[in-house]
Structures are given as C-alpha cells and as structure tokens.
Ligand binder design. Structure first.
Ligand code: 5AD
Ligand code: SF4
Length: 446
C-alpha cells in the first residue's frame, strides 16, 4: 500500500473528519495522497445520510470501482461516516466490493482497520456506539493552510423529526473549554487565518459538561487568540442568546454572519418537525440578530414538502423567507429517512408539488440576495483569497467576512499563488445574487 484517495460527502463535520483520516493514513501507514482515485491503493468514502441523494451517489460511485478491484485484489475500499454508522455491517451486503466499514465514532481507528483488512484480505467492520480513541488527539492534514475546522461539540440532542443525525452522530458531547481554546491557539501559531467552530447546535455548547451553555464565552475566547476570522455553524433558533449576538457584534474577529436554519415558516409544520419554536419566535430571533449586529449577513435552511405541508403552510414559509431578507438560503426537498419519526408520518407531498414550491422559493431568495448585494456596490470589503476563479484563472476568488463569494482580477504584478490565504481589501464594482465582483485595492504577498 502506497497511496490513498478520500471522497467526502456531506457537512463540515465530515470534511473535518476527512482531514484526520488523511493525517492518520499518512502518519500511521506512510501513505501518500493521489488525485486520481484509480491510482489509489486505499480508497475511503466518508459518507452522508442526511438526504437520500447522498446515499445514492455513494452506491453509484462504489459500483464503478468493481473493475479496479478486479484488476488490483490488494485495493482496500473503506466506507465511513453517517451511512456506515447507520447501516453497519449491512453495508457489506449492499456494497459487495467494500472491505472496511467504520462508524462516526471510529474515525481515529482508520489506519488500524485498513491494515487489518489488507493483511487478511478480509472484511473488517467497526461501528460501536461510542468512541474508543480521541479523534482530536490524532494527526490531521488540513485541506488548506489558512483555514481550520474546530469541532466544539459532536452529536445532537434535538431529535428534529426528519433528521437522521442524532441516530448517526449520537448524543451531544461538548469538548472541554480549555481544549478548544488550546487547539485554537495551536492553529493560530500554525498560520491559520480563519477558524470555523463546528457543532450540530453550537448554541448549546457546554450544557452537557457545565450545566449551562458556554457558547458565547468560548466564541470570545477563540476570537481573542489572534486569529483574523472566526465563524461557527450551526445555530438552533431556540437557543440563540443575546450573549452570542453581543460576541458577534463586539469581537472584531467574529464574522458578521449567522446561519440560522428555519426549516419552515409554518408553526404547524415546525411543531410536527419538533423544532420547538413558532414562526413568530423565529422572526423575533432574526430581528434581534439584525438589531444587535451591524452589517449582519443571514443564511438559513428550508425543507420543502415535509409530510402534510399544505399550500397555506408553504405560503407561511414564503412570507418568512421574504421577511428574513436572507443573503443565502439552502433549500432542500424533504427526503424521508428510515428510522426517523417523520418517515412514519405518511401524508406525503407529491413530488411535482414540492418541486414547484421549491422553485418559487429559490426565485424569492435570488431577489433578496441580489438586493442585499447591490447595496454593497461602491463599498470596500475584506476578502480572504482562496485561489483563482474556477472559470477564469486571471480572476481571484475569495470570501467576505459575511461569507459572500467575490471575484476580482489579479492585480498587475501580483503573484496569485502568493495571495492565497491573505486578506485583501476589495472595492465592490458589481453585484449578482450569488457573488460579487470587485477590484483589489491593496495587497501584500504572503
Ligand atoms: N430531508 C431534507 N432535508 C433535510 N435536512 C436534514 N434532514 C433532512 C431531510 N430528511 C436539511 C435541514 C438541515 C440541513 C443540514 O439539511 O435543512 O438544516
Ligand atoms: Fe451528513 Fe449530517 Fe452526518 Fe454531516 S452530520 S455527515 S450532514 S448526515
């Protein structure tokens, strides 16, 4: 075994876990990464179970590996993440070429599992319900030098009726306050410019360890390590505190950006989803956030076509979305997840009805997002340069503090590679719904 390739689906927590998988495969097995999966001796799929599409894509991708496996009997194929945790050993029957199945609590053991599968040329599974080795204490290879994911809690206690996550990631477990801050300090020493704090529900951070939530406190402590930018996902509207909003407003490093999933604008549907807030309470939280944080950008998630959603319920969602003036909205068609309460509710919304609602929603957000971006034309925003634009190598691509994508021509005489990971002021010249265009108003090579 010499080389590996990791395919990551799903959320930021999975991206973070994949950075540890890379670290472990390199440090404990001496493997090297390859871009082309066909040249890898070890292929790892880190999977997502949150919607059906992700599972189907996994099945499709693994099926295409059959000829590779036939050509190279030593090839080890490992499947981890939420699908693995949920399906456990059943995955071997569903995906006949898979050698290793590892759950969300076993990421730290990946090197050992791969080695055992390779030595025995047999199948190895590890999917218990609790962690045996602390993942955060293992090596990790970050995707970029300038950005780091920092989990503050894993798992979720909320049991929204549609969601598989509490079943695949387990109950909420916070990391000790001191560990989080120490890791942030280490990352800053390592040259990290932007830290994203991760948790299914960051607002309740610490409740399991300390009896009361300490999110605002940990956010401020991380912001004071000297890092240029701190972000966090995801917030649950029922737990959004004024202390957290004050930390966003007052700590210069904390980005003016809030991802606050509503899921629906109908109180009736919200109750069936077990979200534990009403439409009015959500709108009140949004108004509180806009009032507390000047220049705040707001994003959200909406599920369309939840069981029993009527036209009237959906009108409530449209109304909520209009009133929230989102900068960005992630919209999802409801996908029943076996094992969740919603999957047994019946009362399905026909696919074409849900699709039509989905399209209407996207149009509205396109309008509010464009309006908010137009208001930025002429102003100067701070952009963290991430690389060149996918479509045009002469254009830099980066993100504002408010998480907006910005394209700007590479300044004359500048070396784009040496701008990656730096913060540059950009004067906004053009606004679109999903990105801004501007002119770099000053730079310093890394
Ligand atoms: N169907 C559709 N969307 C879902 N989400 C979570 N579970 C489902 C499901 N069963 C969405 C929610 C959540 C985001 C990460 O994914 O909007 O906030
Ligand atoms: Fe997917 Fe959710 Fe698991 Fe993340 S936590 S990998 S989004 S199912």
């Amino acid at each position: 075994m010499q080389t590996y390739h990791i395919v990551t689906f799903g959320c930021q927590m999975n991206k973070h876990d994949s950075e540890h998988i890379a670290g472990l495969l390199e440090s404990e097995l001496g493997l090297e990464p390859v871009d082309d999966l066909r040249r890898a001796d070890v292929i790892v799929f880190n999977t997502c179970a949150v919607r059906e599409g992700a599972e189907e894509r996994l099945r499709g991708q693994v099926a295409t590996l059959k000829p590779l496996k036939a050509a190279n009997p030593d090839l080890v194929i490992a499947v981890g993440g939420c699908v693995a945790q949920h399906e456990k050993e059943r995955l071997f029957a569903l995906l006949p070429h898979v050698d290793v199945v590892f759950g969300t609590h076993n990421v730290a053991e990946i090197a050992d599992l791969v080695r055992r599968a390779a030595d025995s040329r047999g199948r190895v599974a590890a999917v218990p319900d609790s962690q045996r080795r602390d993942l955060e204490a293992t090596p990790s290879i970050r995707e970029t030098r300038w950005h780091a994911w920092l989990p503050i809690a894993v798992g979720c206690d909320n049991f929204c009726s549609y969601c598989i996550v509490p079943h695949t990631r387990g109950r909420e477990r916070s990391r000790p306050f001191e560990d989080v801050v120490a890791e942030a300090e280490r990352l800053v020493n390592d040259g990290v410019v932007e830290i994203t704090l991760l948790g299914q529900n960051v607002n309740s951070y610490g409740r399991d360890l300390y009896g009361t939530p300490r999110f605002a406190e940990v956010l401020r402590a991380v912001a004071r390590t000297g890092v240029a930018r701190v972000r966090f996902v995801t917030s649950h509207p029922k737990d959004l505190s004024d202390e957290t909003l004050a930390a966003i407003a007052e700590e210069p490093a904390v980005c003016e950006y809030l991802h606050l999933p509503a899921q629906s604008g109908s109180t009736r549907v919200l109750t069936a989803m077990n979200r534990r807030y009403t439409k009015e309470q959500y709108l009140e939280a949004v108004e509180r956030a806009y009032a507390a944080v000047p220049g705040l950008a707001l994003s959200g998630d909406i599920i369309v076509g939840f069981p029993g959603e009527t036209d009237e319920d959906f009108e409530d969602t449209l109304d909520l979305v209009r009133r929230c003036r989102y900068d960005q909205l992630f919209t999802f068609l409801y996908s029943p997840r076996p094992g969740t309460r919603a999957a047994t509710m019946g009362d399905e919304v026909p696919r074409d009805v849900a699709q039509e609602r989905f399209d209407r929603l996207v149009k509205i957000v396109q309008r509010t997002a464009l309006e908010k971006n137009l208001a930025l034309v002429g102003s100067t925003v701070e952009v963290l340069v991430e690389g060149s634009s996918k479509r045009d190598a002469a254009m830099l691509a980066g993100r504002t503090r408010t998480n907006k994508l910005v394209h700007a021509p590479v300044p004359d005489d500048a070396d784009p590679d040496r701008l990656v990971g730096t913060l540059v002021p950009v004067e906004v010249t053009e606004a679109h719904a999903w990105h801004l265009v501007g002119r770099v108003a000053g730079y310093q090579h890394r």
